[in-house]
Design a protein around this ligand. Structure first.
Ligand SMILES: Nc1ncnc2c1ncn2[C@@H]1O[C@H](COP(=O)(O)OP(=O)(O)OP(=O)(O)O)[C@@H](O)[C@H]1O
Ligand SMILES: [Mg+2]
Length: 271
């Protein structure tokens, strides 16, 4: 499966080395055009001896129209970072911005309005509603807002994802990979400003995964979609503009236009 990256594609971010000074410099350069941003973000679970610093002073900016991979070992804080960035969970200290809005200043109601209007979220564990069909799950965010579903876009999305003939089934009647694709379609159908995807290819075979990544890449290139994707997969990361590496809750590297070999080398270094 070939990556869509090519040598012709312009480098959008400057190449950044792995030391903390360069990383924070890159974050501030990107600030003016960031869709989502963490500033000195800390998230601690538990207290005393059992406390876990899942995010440990991270400053990071996700630029508009960029496809970013967030990588790191299991337990390094990737999902927590996505949850706190999108306001699904609250930071212990520091700030998480969506555009210019500090999500920590919003009430739960304001947050859910912001999330529904600007963000799409593909959860690691899908979070589908068992009593609804695949079609109803996909259109749920639009139905909740009382908007019209773009049927043409629904057909395009479900066609690309290969679930167009499973739309009348409930989640329990779908395979893991099909459920994941329903969750992906649900996140994309409202055309959100930014999509947070937590291992969106984790349950997919390599062909379906390649098709989805091609589609996400095109959404970034042709529609200016911003995508932040957690992944363990070097091939998936090679479709992105920037790979961000975390370990023990800290940012330990950031690189533009990662190749499969770059990513594999970095993963080896971190393990
Ligand atoms: N609700 C919670 N309560 C206590 N600890 C938690 C909670 N959620 C996450 N953690 C801890 O925070 C750390 C980071 O977890 P997180 O789920 O963000 O990791 P991850 O990088 O997404 O891992 P994976 O690749 O396995 O999905 C882990 O040590 C985890 O055990
Ligand atoms: Mg996770």
């Amino acid at each position: 499966m070939a990556s869509l990256r090519s040598d012709e594609r312009p480098r959008i971010l400057p190449e950044v080395s792995d030391n903390a000074a360069s990383t924070s410099q890159a974050a501030s350069v990107a600030e003016s055009d960031s869709v989502a941003r963490l500033v000195n973000a800390v998230k601690v679970f538990g207290e005393g001896d059992s406390a876990v610093r899942a995010i440990d002073d991270v400053t990071l900016s996700f630029k508009r129209g960029q496809f970013t991979a967030v990588m790191g070992p299991s337990g390094s804080g990737k999902s927590t970072m996505m949850y706190c960035q999108s306001g699904l969970d609250r930071l212990s200290s520091g700030q998480a911005f969506i555009g210019d809005v500090d999500v920590s200043t919003l009430s739960d109601n304001e947050l859910s309005v912001l999330r529904r209007s600007k963000m799409g979220f593909i959860f690691q564990s899908f979070h589908l509603v068992p009593a609804l069909t695949a079609r109803e799950n996909i259109t749920l965010p639009i139905d909740l807002d009382g908007h019209e579903v773009d049927q043409e876009f629904l057909a395009e999305l479900t066609g690309v994802l290969g679930i167009e003939n499973r739309l009348n089934n409930r989640p329990s009647q779908l395979s893991g990979g099909q459920r994941q694709r329903v969750a992906i379609a649900r996140a994309m159908i409202p055309k959100p400003e930014v999509i947070f995807a937590d291992e969106p290819t984790g349950a997919l075979d390599s062909k379906t995964s390649g098709e989805l990544l091609d589609y996400l890449r095109r959404a970034v290139d042709t529609l200016g979609q911003t995508i932040v994707m957690v992944t363990h997969d070097a091939v998936a990361a090679s479709y992105t503009d920037t790979a961000v590496y975390v370990q023990d809750g800290q940012l330990v590297g950031q690189a533009s236009n990662p190749t499969v070999d770059d990513v594999l080398a970095k993963i080896k270094e971190l393990s």
